[in-house]
Each structure stands twice: as C-alpha cells, then as structure tokens.
Design a binder for this molecule. Structure first.
Ligand code: FAD
Length: 334
C-alpha cells in the first residue's frame, strides 16, 4: 500500500487553526502524483467533546483517518506531550511526509520528531513544487533576504513545517457530510513521564484574530507615539476585519504589548494586506513582514526605507491619514 502523509493538526481553543487546513492542502498536493491517504494527528486535553468535534471536522476536510492523543498534559502549549504518541504513530503508519505548521507548537515538535527518527527536516516552507523526480520546498534564509529550495534525500519519513498563510487551504469535501466515527482513533496514552509540565497558560486579551493568520494587518511603529495612537490603528483594523501589529520600537516604548511585535525577534506574518503606519522599515522589521502580498506604508518621511518595499506609499501624517481612511471605509460600508 502507498505511504500516507501525516498532518499534525493544531487547535486554538476549540477551533482548528487555519495552518492545519493549509497543511492538508499541501499533503493533497504532494499526493497528486500518486495514490495515498492523508492522516491527521491531533493532540488535546482530556476526553473532551471539542477534540472529537475537531476530529470530525478534519475528516470533512479530506483526512481519511484522525488519530487523537488526549491526556491532561496535551495542550497547544505543550508540544513535548505530543512527541511520544506522534513518534509511535509515525512508526506504525510509516508516512512519507509529516507536515506541521511552523507555529510555536510545530517548531517545538517537528525538530524533536526528526531528531528522534533520524529523519530529514525542512523548516518554514513557504512553497512546495512538484518535480518529475520528487518535491522541492522553498524556505526563507537570512531573515527573508534570500530563499533556498531544498529536496529530501534518504529514507522517509520526511518532516516539514509550513509557514502559516503561505499556502492554499483545503476545502471541505461535500461528499463527507456525515463524518465516519470509525475513522477517529484514540492513541494509547504515553507511559513516559514528561520532562516538563505546563501548569498554567495566561492568555493576553486580544481581538481574537491571530496575527500570523490575519489576512489584513495594520501595524504601528514609534511614529504612533503612544497607546492612544494604537487605538486609531485598532479602529482601522476593526473596520477592515484585520489585526493590529507593531514594530519592536513601539513595543519597547510601551505603546502596546510584545505579543504584537512583528519582525526578526517577533512574529513572521504574511497577510494579503499590510499597512505600516509610522514604521521606518528597519531590516529587522522587514524580516517579519516583507512577504506580505500588498504593503501600504504611511510615513511622513519620504526617505523612510519602508517605501522601498511598499507597493503603495502615502507620505504624510498618520494621525490625519488613518482616521480619514477609517471614515472613508465606514462610508463605503466596509
Ligand atoms: P523608528 O525607526 O524610530 O521609525 C519611526 C518612523 O515613524 C519614522 O520613519 C518616522 O518618519 C515615522 N513617523 C513619525 N511620526 C510620524 C507621523 N506622525 N506620521 C507618519 N510617520 C511618522 N524591530 C522590529 O520591528 N521587529 C523586530 O523583531 C526587531 N528585532 C530586532 C532584533 C535585533 C537583534 C535588533 C538589533 C533590532 C531589532 N529590531 C526589531 C529593531 C529595529 O532595528 C528598529 O529599531 C525598529 O524596527 C524601529 O521601529 P520603528 O520603525 O517603529 O521606529
């Protein structure tokens, strides 16, 4: 039988993260040249109905089987708890690829899995190409200043993490309206003790849109001058259905929380639209957002480096332009 592809699924709260649907689509693309099934591994706490519900949803998106690892230690913040059940599953299924999101969870889990299986690992893939004799994965280097294309040699399984928001998402299959419960397996609990346990997760209050998965980001820098200025950005983001991000200078100055920081030492984002307000465009900031589909820069300095990578530039005062934009969008009913 042909080797399956295993997708490491991820939930945020009770919702499946978008990157999981991207990983399923990547798996389906890799299977275009041969027959094979997509399996999903999903870890979560306890025996919850939410986990079962997420598993049923994965089946409707094209997974032929979902393997659940559930215990009180299984959380999105505790990748270590997923390692042993995932290892056992990989040994049992012998997949050609294991694909996870390049998220905090995936970044912690995938290299450990690769090391434990002596497998190859390609991290942060932004594109996948089908070749006559295999597959090529593109990934950024030097904080996004260059890209390389890599292929696997050697025996499977090959481990890949994919950058969120860079791939098509799988579409639900109409034919699988009623998910087949027998395709949901519960993996035996691991007997190995964990080296560390996550006792508590304190979530920041946020607008609910994950920056790394947002289609539209309104980001502010030192030019925003304070938390009041960030409220203007939030109003524009709300109007557009987007999320607010920030430069490190804005976070360092206390204008906003560090969870909003975008860049080399912050989050890497790839939205459809990135509106940079009062951000100069330092290389460390560009490392986190230069792959955005369309970039609009608002800066009062016409020489600001951000304009060199912007698709559209507005030279002017953000305190005039941002409220104007928000009002115009309101008038348009957006
Ligand atoms: P500034 O460079 O001070 O730019 C402010 C801009 O606002 C200016 O261009 C100015 O013209 C404009 N402006 C001012 N007032 C207005 C107004 N009223 N209307 C319109 N425009 C206005 N930075 C990151 O962002 N992310 C990172 O992850 C990151 N990691 C780093 C890692 C390392 C190791 C180092 C050394 C630095 C890192 N930095 C990072 C910091 C980075 O080098 C810059 O200092 C930072 O990005 C600058 O932020 P800024 O553009 O908001 O501020």
């Amino acid at each position: 039988m042909s080797q399956p592809i295993l997708v490491v699924a991820e939930c945020k709260g009770s919702s499946i993260r978008r990157v999981t649907f991207e990983a399923i689509a990547v798996a389906q693309k890799l299977l275009q040249q041969r027959a094979g099934a997509v399996h999903c591994f999903l870890a979560g706490p306890g025996e919850g109905a939410e986990l079962q519900q997420a598993a049923r949803e994965l089946l409707t998106y094209g997974a032929s089987e979902v393997h659940l690892a559930s215990s009180s230690e299984q959380t999105e913040s505790n990748a270590l708890a997923s390692l042993k059940p995932l290892q056992s599953l990989v040994q049992q299924l012998q997949p050609q690829f294991v694909i996870a999101g390049h998220t905090a969870y995936g970044r912690e889990l995938a290299p450990r899995l690769a090391a434990s299986l002596a497998s190859g690992y390609i991290a942060d893939a932004t594109a996948v190409e089908l070749l006559d004799d295999g597959f090529a994965f593109t990934r950024p280097l030097y904080a996004g200043k260059a890209f390389e294309t890599r292929s696997f040699t050697g025996a499977a399984p090959h481990i890949v993490t994919i950058r969120p928001n860079n791939h098509e998402t799988a579409a639900p299959l109409e034919a699988v309206a009623a998910a087949n419960e027998s395709a949901i397996n519960t993996l035996p609990a691991s007997a190995s003790p964990l080296r560390s346990i996550v006792r508590e997760v304190v979530s920041r209050v946020s607008s609910g849109i994950d920056l790394t998965e947002a289609d539209i980001i309104v980001a502010g820098g030192r030019g925003v001058r304070g938390s009041e200025g960030f409220q203007l950005l939030q109003q524009l983001a709300d109007q557009l259905g987007g999320a607010v991000g920030a430069s490190r200078a804005a976070c360092d100055a206390g204008y906003c929380d560090y969870s909003l920081q975008i860049g080399q030492t912050g989050k890497v984002v790839t939205p459809q639209l990135y509106i940079a307000c009062g951000i100069s465009g330092a290389i460390q900031h560009l490392a986190g957002m230069s792959q955005s589909r369309t970039i609009i820069a608002i800066n009062k300095d016409p020489e600001a480096p951000i304009f060199s990578i912007a698709d559209y530039g507005i030279v002017g005062d953000l305190f005039e332009i941002v409220p104007l934009l928000t009002d115009e969008l309101k008038k348009l009913g957006r």
